[in-house]
Design a protein around this ligand. Structure first.
Ligand code: 6U4
Ligand code: NA
Ligand code: NA
Length: 159
């Protein structure tokens, strides 16, 4: 059984560009990522998404302007933790992306995503994420776009 841990991940869109951050430390170091992290006690998932974006990029978004667009689950070989990642997006924000202790933010054209410097799984699910228009209201999260990738050894292969 996996022990699920909740994380947020937010993608800010502007015209045909998307804001990514080069992670300076910790999980995903030296990779381009969306912004996000763990949920703190007494905060909702949306509040955590807003806070992490502010802490990591200096951008401000309103909880009412961000859309829950997807859900990703990551597991790692030899580890019983499942990263349960709630994905958000917004095209409405205030401020200028600014380097922080954790991230170097940079705008990328949506057709020039630096997949060679990202988590390898990103090239599978980014196309689905990018096709969601963050400006359009979407009521239900798009569970059909949940991606689960598991190439760990099959039980019959482990002997
Ligand atoms: P600290 O260092 O304690 O402040 P925190 O910012 O709370 O950490 P962090 O940065 O470790 O949490 O959270 C991991 C982030 O990485 C989350 O936003 C989810 C995101 N993430 C996890 N797997 C990913 C993947 N395969 N591709 C991706 N982002 C991923 O683009
Ligand atoms: Na983080
Ligand atoms: Na953080």
């Amino acid at each position: 059984m996996f022990q699920k841990k909740l994380f947020t991940l937010i993608f800010i869109r502007h015209d045909s560009q998307i804001l990514l951050g080069l992670k300076k430390r910790g999980f995903g170091q030296n990779k381009w990522n969306g912004f996000g992290g763990k949920i703190e006690p007494n905060e909702s998932v949306i509040e955590a998404a807003v806070r992490e974006l502010r802490e990591e990029s200096c951008l401000t978004v309103k909880t009412t302007d961000i859309k829950h667009i997807g859900h990703l689950e990551f597991t790692f070989e030899g580890d019983s933790t499942m990263m349960d990642v709630r994905v958000f997006s917004s095209s409405i924000f205030e401020g200028t992306p600014t380097e922080t202790e954790e991230m170097i933010p940079k705008w990328f054209d949506c057709d020039k995503i630096p997949f060679y410097d990202m988590w390898p799984d990103d090239s599978f699910w980014f196309p689905y994420m990018l096709q969601v228009d963050p400006g359009k209201a979407c009521g239900e999260p798009l569970h059909a776009q949940h991606v689960m990738i598991d190439f760990s050894p099959r039980p019959e292969d482990t002997d």
